[in-house]
Ligand binder design. Structure first.
Ligand code: BGC
Length: 748
C-alpha cells in the first residue's frame, strides 16, 4: 500500500509541475491579504494563546463559566450555544477582554435545517435534486448565521451500505456519485456563493470510512483497503474540498488499525498534501481521547502528540492540546512550527468568515429570520421531492370527490417531534405540521384519527376499534415507521422490520377490506417485504421534517406527483447486508438458480448451480437503487451515443427521447449508469455517472442530450494511478439501476 501511495504522490507532483509554475491555490479561497493578516496575528501570539485557539469546548449553562478561559485566550471555538445573546456576550469577552481580541468560532450541528427542519439528509438525497438541496443548506445558513452560528458540522459524506448503521440517516446513502453531488450542493449552500455574514463554514465529515462500520454498529472498526478508500469513500470529500469546504472533521473509527484522528496517511498525506487542503481540521467529539480506548496511545499527552502529527488543528472536547501541548513543545517532542500551522488554519477560517469585523449579531432581528415563510416553502418542496412511491395499485392519487371519510392511524401520524428525524436539536415541534393536522385541514370533518399504537414499539394483539373504524371509512391512511430516536448516532439496529405490532396492524387493516395507503417515516430503509401485500400503496418519506404533513398530503392527493428515488438499496431482509447496486462481479454470478422452497429432496451438493446467492432470499433486493414510481409513466426511446469509439479527452454525447406516457404531469429522474467491462481490477457492475430531473406534461415527449466527460470513467487501478483504462464499456440510460438495455462503446 505504501507503494500505491508513493506513485500517486509522484504523479500528483508531476501534474503540478507540468501544469504551471504558480503557487498551489488555497482550497478555501484565501488571498495574500488574508495570509498576511494571519501572519500578523500569529506573530503576536504566545504559545499558550496558540494552544487556546486549538481548543474547542461545549457550551453549557452560564456564560460566566467560560469567561475567565476566554479572557486568557484558552478557547478558540464553542459548540452547542444557540442563544444569540449569549453568543454575543462570549464574543464580547473575546474581543474586548482578551489580549489579542480574536473572535470565537461558534459551531452547531445544523444537519438538515436549524429551526426550519428539512428532511433528513438520506431523504434529501432521494430527491436527486442538488439545486434544491443547496437551497435548503442556504436556508439553514441564513437561520443559523442570524443567531451567531457560523460553523455547522455538516455535510456528512459517509457512504453507507449497511442500514443497520443508525447514521445512514445523516448521509446521502450508498453511492459515491450521488453523495458527491449532494456534498458539493451542501457546501455551496452553507457557505454561499461568496463568503459573507450569512455564511456558515461547512464541515465535511467524518474523515474517513466511518460509514463502513463492521456489522453496522456505530463507532466500530472499518477495514477498507486504500483502493476502496480512493475509488469509493474519498471522492465526495475531495469534491467538497474542491468546492471550497472550509473545515473537515476526523472520524471516530480506526481503519485498518489506525484511528482517523491520528492517521497521518489520510489527513496529512492525502488531505493536506495531495488535495492541498488549507482549511481547518477538527477532531470529532473526544476522538483524540478515544485513541486511548482504541489502544493507539498511552495517555492524553501521547494522543495529543499523535493528532498534531497527523495534521489535526482543533481538539473537540478531549482537552488534550490544552493540557499537554505546551509541555510537548517545551520538551522538544513536537515542534512549535506544527502548532503554528494549525493556528494558521484556524485563523484563516475566522478571518475569511469576517468574524473580526462582524463578531456580533442583532439578536432581535435574527429571530425574525427563523421559520420565514420562504424557508417553510423550501422545506415543503424538499419533503415533497424526498418521498418515494414504492407501490401503487391505483389507489393514489386519492380521488377526493369520492371520499367521505378517512381513517388516519399509526404511531407516526401525529408525531411532531419524531417526524423531524435525528439531529434536529433546534426544530421546535410546535412548528411541525403533522400528516394528521394537514389532513384535518384538507378534509374538514372527514378525518377519524385512531393511533392504534402509541409508539412504533408498542406490542398489541387486538385492533378491534381501529378495524371497526376502517370498515366505516372509504380509505385508510396508516403512518408507520420508526421514531427519530431509533436512528442517528449510536442508534444502530440489528432488526430492520417494522417494530412493535405495526405489521400486525397493517394485516388487520387489510382484512377490513378498505384500501390502505401506508406512509413510512424512518431514518433508514426498513425491510418491509412482509408489509407490501397488506397495503395498496406505499409512500416512503424517511423523516420529512417540519413540513412533512402538508408535503405528504399534497402527494397523496396528487397535487404533487411523487418523484423521489431510492438513494440506497432496499433489502428484503437484514441478512442480505451488504447488498448495493455497484458491487463487483463474482466469478460465479447469480443466474436465477433454485431457491430453498424449490429444492428437490434428492438434490445433491452440486445440483443447485453453484452461483453467488442466498438459498432462502436469492440475490436481489426488494427495491433497487434509483427506484421510485410516479402517478404517470415514462418511456425511454431512441437512446444513442454520438460515437462508438472515444478518446480520453472526449465527452460521451448521449441522445434520447423521454416521453410522459401517462395521465399526469410528472418529473422523472433520468439516470445514466456505466460499466467498465474489463479492468486492471474487477470493476463495479454499474456505476451512476449522471442524473437529472426532467419535468414533462402528460403526453409530452422531449429530446434530451446528456454529456459525460470520458474522464469521469477514471479510477485508481492496479498501478495506483487514477486514469481511464482503455477498452469496452456499457452504458444504460434508465429510471433506476436495474432497468434499461445497454449500449456499448470503446475508449481507446
Ligand atoms: C458526532 C459528530 C458531531 C459532534 C458534535 C459527535 O458525537 O459524531 O457528527 O458533529 O458530535 O456534536
Amino acid at each position: 500500500m505504501k507503494r500505491l501511495h508513493l506513485i500517486i504522490l509522484s504523479s500528483a507532483f508531476v501534474a503540478m509541475v507540468s501544469c504551471q509554475s504558480h503557487k498551489v491555490e488555497s482550497t478555501i479561497g484565501s488571498s495574500p491579504e488574508v495570509e498576511a493578516r494571519v501572519e500578523r496575528i500569529l506573530s503576536q501570539m504566545t504559545l499558550a494563546e496558540k494552544i487556546g485557539q486549538m481548543n474547542q469546548v461545549s457550551a453549557g449553562g452560564d456564560v460566566t463559566n467560560y469567561a475567565e478561559a476566554l479572557r486568557k485566550g484558552q478557547i478558540g471555538s464553542i459548540l452547542n450555544e444557540v442563544d444569540p445573546e449569549k453568543i454575543n456576550e462570549y464574543q464580547r469577552i473575546c474581543i474586548e477582554e482578551s489580549r489579542l481580541g480574536i473572535p470565537l468560532l461558534v459551531a452547531r450541528d445544523i444537519i438538515h435545517g436549524f429551526h426550519t427542519i428539512f428532511p433528513i439528509p438520506l431523504g434529501l438525497a432521494a430527491s436527486f435534486d442538488p439545486d434544491l438541496v443547496e437551497q435548503g443548506a442556504r436556508t439553514a445558513a441564513l437561520e443559523g448565521s442570524a443567531q451567531g452560528i457560523r460553523w455547522t458540522f455538516s455535510p456528512m459524506l459517509d457512504i453507507a451500505r449497511d442500514p443497520r448503521w443508525g447514521r445512514m440517516a445523516e448521509g446521502s446513502g450508498e453511492d459515491t456519485f450521488l453523495d458527491t453531488k449532494m456534498a458539493e450542493a451542501m457546501v455551496r449552500g452553507y457557505q454561499g456563493a461568496s463568503i459573507d455574514t450569512t455564511s456558515m463554514a461547512a464541515c465535511i465529515k467524518h474523515f474517513v470510512g466511518y460509514g463502513a462500520a463492521e456489522g453496522g454498529r456505530d463507532y466500530n472498526s472499518t477495514n477498507l483497503t486504500e483502493r476502496q478508500l480512493r475509488n469509493i469513500y474519498l471522492p465526495p470529500f475531495e469534491a467538497a474540498v474542491k468546492s471550497g469546504a472550509m473545515t473537515l472533521m476526523t472520524s471516530f473509527n480506526d481503519n485498518d488499525g489506525v484511528p482517523s484522528t491520528g492517521n497521518i496517511f489520510i489527513v496529512k498525506d492525502i488531505l493536506r498534501e495531495e488535495w492541498g487542503f488549507d482549511g481547518l481540521v477538527v477532531t470529532d467529539w473526544n476522538s483524540m481521547g478515544e485513541m486511548i480506548n482504541h489502544g493507539f496511545g498511552t495517555d492524553k499527552k501521547d494522543v495529543a502528540k499523535k493528532a498534531l502529527e497527523a495534521g489535526v488543528d482543533m481538539d473537540m472536547m478531549t482537552f488534550g492540546y490544552l493540557s499537554h501541548l505546551e509541555e510537548l513543545v517545551r520538551n522538544g517532542s513536537v515542534k512549535e512550527a506544527a502548532l503554528d500551522q494549525a493556528v494558521r488554519n484556524i485563523l484563516r477560517v475566522k478571518i475569511m468568515l469576517g468574524l473580526f469585523e462582524h463578531p456580533y449579531v442583532n439578536a432581535e432581528a435574527g429571530k425574525t429570520v427563523q421559520y420565514a415563510p420562504e424557508h417553510l416553502e423550501t422545506a415543503l418542496k424538499s419533503a415533497e421531492e424526498s418521498a418515494i412511491l414504492l407501490k401503487n395499485d391505483g389507489i393514489l392519487p386519492l380521488n377526493e370527490e369520492g371520499i367521505r371519510s378517512i381513517l388516519v392511524t399509526g404511531p407516526m401520524a401525529d408525531a411532531p417531534h419524531d417526524q423531524l428525524g435525528t439531529w434536529a436539536f433546534d426544530g421546535q415541534k410546535e412548528h411541525t405540521v403533522t400528516p394528521l393536522k394537514a389532513l384535518q385541514e384538507r378534509f374538514p370533518g372527514k378525518v377519524t384519527f385512531i393511533p392504534a399504537l402509541s409508539s412504533s414499539r408498542e406490542r398489541k394483539t387486538r385492533f378491534d376499534d381501529v378495524v371497526a373504524a376502517a370498515r366505516r371509512a372509504d380509505v385508510v391512511l396508516a403512518f408507520l415507521g420508526e421514531e427519530a430516536i431509533l436512528s442517528g448516532e449510536a442508534h444502530s439496529l440489528a432488526d430492520l422490520n417494522l417494530k412493535g405490532s405495526q405489521s400486525e396492524l397493517l394485516e388487520a387493516l387489510k382484512l377490513a377490506g378498505k384500501p390502505v395507503v401506508a406512509t413510512i417515516m424512518a431514518g433508514r430503509p426498513l425491510t418491509i417485504e412482509r408489509d407490501l401485500p397488506n397495503c395498496d400503496a406505499i409512500l416512503y418519506s424517511f423523516h420529512p421534517g417540519t413540513m412533512g404533513g402538508p408535503a405528504l398530503v399534497n402527494l397523496i392527493t396528487g397535487d404533487v406527483n411523487p418523484s423521489g428515488k431510492t438513494p440506497v438499496t432496499f433489502l428484503r431482509t437484514v441478512g442480505q447486508v451488504p447488498l448495493y447496486y455497484s458491487h463487483t462481479m463474482t466469478g460465479r454470478p447469480y443466474n436465477g438458480e433454485t431457491l430453498l422452497d424449490d429444492i428437490p429432496p434428492e438434490a445433491g451438493q452440486t445440483s443447485l448451480g453453484n452461483t453467488s446467492y442466498y438459498l432462502d432470499y436469492g440475490a436481489y433486493p426488494l427495491f433497487p437503487f434509483g427506484f421510485g414510481l410516479s402517478y404517470t409513466s415514462f418511456d425511454y426511446s431512441r437512446i444513442s451515443l454520438d460515437k462508438d469509439v472515444y478518446d480520453e479527452g472526449d465527452c460521451l454525447e448521449i441522445s434520447l427521447t423521454l416521453s410522459n406516457t401517462g395521465k399526469y404531469d410528472g418529473t422523472e429522474v433520468v439516470q445514466v449508469y456505466v460499466r467498465d467491462m474489463v479492468g486492471s481490477l474487477t470493476r463495479p457492475v454499474k456505476e451512476l455517472k449522471h442524473f437529472e430531473r426532467v419535468y414533462l406534461k402528460a403526453g409530452e415527449s422531449r429530446d434530451l442530450r446528456i454529456s459525460i466527460p470520458v474522464s469521469e470513467l477514471a479510477f485508481y487501478g492496479l498501478d495506483g494511478i487514477k486514469k481511464v483504462e482503455p477498452g469496452e464499456f456499457r452504458i444504460w440510460v434508465a429510471g433506476d439501476s436495474a432497468s434499461g438495455e445497454p449500449l456499448s462503446f470503446t475508449v481507446e
